[in-house]
Design a protein around this ligand. Sequence first.
Ligand code: FES
Ligand SMILES: [Fe+2]
Length: 364
Amino acid sequence: MPILPERIRLAALHGQSQLADETTPFVRNAWYVAALAHEVDRQPLARRLLDLPVVLFRQLDGRAVALEDRCAHRSFPLSRGTLDGDTLVCGYHGARYDGDGHCRHVPSQSQIPPGAMVRAFPLHEAGALVWIWMGDPAKADIAAVPHQPWMADAGWVSSTERLHLLASYVRLHENLLDLTHLSFLHANSFGTPDYASAPFDTRLDEDAGRFALLRTVSPTRLPPLWARPTGLDGVDAARVVESTFLSPALHVVAVKFYACALPEDAQPARAIRTAHIVTPESGQRTHYFIQHARNFALDDDDITAFMHAQLLKAFQEDVDGLEAIEALLGGYAEQQPEISFHADRASLAMRRWLKRQAHAELAG
Ligand code: FES
Ligand SMILES: [Fe+2]
């Protein structure tokens, strides 16, 4: 016996049909991060991206290359082969591929069969990240890489990490546009009880596909993760947060902190920025890269290590929560209705946009 009246259940499901979820096709015409730059070297790296097997490696001149990880002959994973100079040699029958994906040599015959090639994907390396374009090659435009200037700016000291999330990338984006969960899911890390009820504003730009949530929590007491590095321990402080969906691959959370007792501009800079870099592996698995930066105490390695460890603990709470949702819903035979809150305004707009983009791509 369903608990919801049929009228409400059907209305909820109808609303959800406009929203992206784990069943929505990927937006392919976008730059995604394939790997952290240090992960790509002379050992072929296998990584599933947007539900396609990809192999990444570096050529002798240091240039990163990405090929479809499936030999054109009998589909042996090329990542299980070896590099000979700039050539990737298949580990099954020895076909040799250049970085452009063309087979240049077949050991058992002198001719290269027509069509002996694999797909090569455009890459763009910037700072700590290797971006990949897996959509229509004619639309790959480096100017559209959503890399942010601060991500490679000496005025911001950064650390990076890669997490693996057994849940949809849509759920991760939604989590990042919903900061009310900090008071609960992150009650033991960087959440505070006053966070969920603090006033917020949204900025929704449907044309540009940018969705932002702004929240000021003031006066508040900062959790140790922020209080210790900023020196704002035990004082009334303001925590001003802007969380922005910039592309299907990138969400940036920018936070500044200042003591309430002084005008903001009379205090030292104390800001952090976190790039939540989101690459679908499949419909229900996500590569979750992080680049976290601050603009103060730039030379203090202890603070870098402290913040990195504390943040990772908090982000693991997101991973655990989203995986619990994905696993729970996977146990139902049918789609379950969702009831939304006012605070979901930005995430609902983002999910509608993602679904529209995905279907517009499919329609050509
Ligand atoms: S499968 Fe690669 S050469 Fe045969
Ligand atoms: Fe979170």
